[in-house]
Write a protein that binds this ligand. Sequence first.
Ligand SMILES: NC(=O)c1ccc[n+]([C@@H]2O[C@H](COP(=O)([O-])OP(=O)(O)OC[C@H]3O[C@@H](n4cnc5c(N)ncnc54)[C@H](O)[C@@H]3O)[C@@H](O)[C@H]2O)c1
Length: 354
Amino acid sequence: MKLNIAVLSGDGIGPEIVDQALKVVRAISKKFGHEVSTEEGLVGATAIDKVGDPYPESTHEICMEADAVLFGAIGDPKFDNDPTAKVRPEQGLLRMRKQLGLYANLRPVTTFPSLLHKSPLRKELVEGADFLCLRELTGGIYFGDKGRTEDNQGAFDHCVYTREEIARILHLAYKFALQRDKRVTVVDKANVLETSRLWREEAQKIEKEYPEVETDYMFVDNAAMQIIQWPKKFDVMVTENMFGDILTDEASVITGSLGLLPSASVGTHTSVFEPIHGSYPQAAGKDIANPVATILSAAMMFETAFELKEEGALIRKAVLASMDAGVVTEDIDKEKACKTSEVGDWIANYVLEA
Ligand SMILES: NC(=O)c1ccc[n+]([C@@H]2O[C@H](COP(=O)([O-])OP(=O)(O)OC[C@H]3O[C@@H](n4cnc5c(N)ncnc54)[C@H](O)[C@@H]3O)[C@@H](O)[C@H]2O)c1
């Protein structure tokens, strides 16, 4: 099969971790006889520095023409520390999501048997935790009108959702639930927010279309607590943009490191596969960041964008084997830490020799 992949490495550790994922993509493609072609696009702070735009039109065209996008991370301290900057790397990410119609971010949260001791939570709480969080990605407060009051003494961010935006991601959540344990938790703040009340109203209608799925509703503050108290109780969680952003970072502690969690963003055009973490600028260029989240994002790319389940499964098996063999970066084992590139090489070799 021909696999046309747009590669958007971005900033900070982006290029290093994407390189490792590409090693694995090439290895698995060689093993299964696929032909990979990649095209690189500028994004984030790097794109601002080079062309003054965090998501240039040329990058959008590359994404639109590809079968899938492999994305690293964006973000640079020089922008984080300058609240007055008019052009910001994050605008590129938001624009990419909007222009590609990526309305759902799928974030699986699972544990790795050989890393259970890494979780700050007790082993018996996290062992076997396995849930899928669907975060709405193109609406809500991140996309609403924002600005300052005329006298600059106040600021506002509007949170807006339409019924259509809510319904399409809810249907997706139910579709995933049907392939899993048939349970959906809708997370909102319907006791306070009008947008959340609209979410709940829509969800109460849509749940009737999926009678075989059990639905429950949870306020986001309660969900934040339950994720770390009883992570095993969840199967599919669906929520709006900002709640999902925060809850999934929280959920990463179940796994043990932010460097382990992959994601897929799907919608109306090309899907994007990216780790959930950011550009971890402190580690940029040091060959120390964990590439596993990006490598597992590549596994999701094979499974979701190319519908090549066997290839995805072999990548997952190779990742587990690397952990069992102690081939891990410093966030997992400080004393016996391997380099980012060593982990990538090991996993790619495992795939080739499997
Ligand atoms: N999707 C994205 O591109 C994205 C997401 C979040 C943050 N950001 C941006 O990234 C920059 C840094 O933000 P931040 O520090 O809040 O978040 P971050 O995810 O980059 O890093 C937070 C911490 O998580 C750990 N971590 C993250 N990735 C890791 C990896 N691969 N291996 C090992 N440890 C890892 C590190 O301890 C790090 O200090 C900011 O500019 C922010 O805007 C981008």
